[in-house]
Design a protein around this ligand. Structure first.
Ligand SMILES: [Zn+2]
Length: 88
């Protein structure tokens, strides 16, 4: 997987996961049913999205030249911060 594609997948998984978790948690709070019902599954699915996104990011968002992890928080990088190579 190309680094920039991995980063896009990560951003998407992070946004979808955050929305699902927020929806699930807010619904549970409003219904006073913490950890129960469909809302719990929605929040759990959100957590899975975030986890999978983070794993993909850590596996594939790497510099093709020096194989360092190209990450500085959530920032979008076009060049490797370690060796300065342009990312594909
Ligand atoms: Zn590099």
């Amino acid at each position: 997987m190309r680094p920039r594609l991995a980063r896009k997948v990560f951003y998407m998984a992070l946004s979808i996961g955050t929305v699902l978790m927020a929806t699930g948690i807010v619904t549970m709070l409003m219904r006073n049913e913490i950890g129960q019902g469909t809302a719990a599954y929605v929040a759990f699915a959100g957590a899975i999205f975030v986890t999978v996104g983070a794993v993909i990011n850590n596996l594939f968002y790497r510099c093709p030249a020096c194989h360092h992890l190209v990450t500085r928080g959530l920032q979008w990088q076009t060049k490797c911060p370690h060796c300065g190579r342009e990312l594909d």
